[in-house]
Design a protein around this ligand. Structure first.
Ligand code: ZN
Ligand code: FE
Length: 256
């Protein structure tokens, strides 16, 4: 049995804690202390890291010193013992893990997909760091809009049931932007009500699913005429390129 739970860190980071048959892994440990507390005396078997930003890597050295565990992630990040590249696959906790590159937020950004066999077939768990957020996407710090859009398209093509584990609790602010970008989308409004309720109870709004994201995330809906119109200010007849719509949406959100 696989369990995946969030460990809160800093003001809005989630370090995902994976447990199966007594094995423990964490994803993007920006801070070691909350991980050690969550382990409650158990040992850490390994670390996954999606990109080089400090709020995702800051706890690695201390955790490795304490637990002597391997670190899987992009080549070049200090502490990584098993460099991963797009197309790689391996096993962790006895389950298949595959890797895709998703440049845009940073150039080294990777997403990892863990496959869990269930009665209903294989369930995919996507660890996407700061690339795809619930109802949003990461800022473009190193890559171009074109790179980021291509990366998001790789993720949005995963099966709709895929669970999406992002690294930050940004959902409510993202949904408020989604409502501005696509005022006619009632699924967005329903999701805002749901998420407001969860946040009022101090509960995480994650994981999301690819299906939910396809219905509510404006950055995955650049092909929708209403969004294209609002993002670019052009009439629907102008039919702007999707990547152009994406770039305009991203810079609108930067100043929202
Ligand atoms: Zn980041
Ligand atoms: Fe981050």
């Amino acid at each position: 049995m696989l369990t995946i739970s969030p460990i809160g860190a800093f003001s809005d980071n989630y370090i995902w804690h994976l447990e199966r048959d007594g094995e423990h892994w964490v994803v993007d440990p920006g801070d070691a202390q909350p991980v050690a507390s969550a382990l409650a005396g158990a040992s850490l078997n390994g670390i996954l890291v999606t990109h080089h930003h400090f709020d995702h890597t800051g706890g690695i050295a201390e955790l490795v010193a304490r637990y002597h565990c391997p670190v899987y992630g992009p080549d070049g990040i200090p502490g990584v013992t098993k460099p991963l590249r797009t197309g790689d696959s391996c096993q962790i906790m006895g389950l298949p893990l595959s890797v895709i590159d998703v440049p845009g937020h940073t150039l080294d950004h990777l997403a990892m997909i863990l496959e869990e066999p269930t009665d209903g077939g294989t369930l995919l768990h996507l660890f996407c760091g700061d690339t795809l957020f619930a109802a949003g996407c990461g800022r473009l710090f190193e890559g171009t809009a074109e790179q980021m859009y291509r990366s998001l398209r790789k993720l949005s093509g995963l099966p709709p049931a895929t669970r999406v584990y992002c690294a930050h609790e940004y959902t409510l602010a993202n949904l408020r932007f989604a409502a501005a970008a696509e005022p006619g989308n009632t699924v967005v409004l329903d999701r805002i009500a749901e998420v407001e309720d969860l946040r009022a109870k101090n509960k995480p709004t994650l994981p999301s699913t690819i299906g939910e994201e396809l219905a509510t995330n404006p950055f995955l809906r650049c092909h929708i005429a209403a969004i294209a119109r609002r993002a670019t200010g052009q009439s629907a007849a102008a039919e702007p390129e999707e990547v152009e719509v994406f770039a305009r949406l991203r810079s609108w959100k930067d100043n929202f």
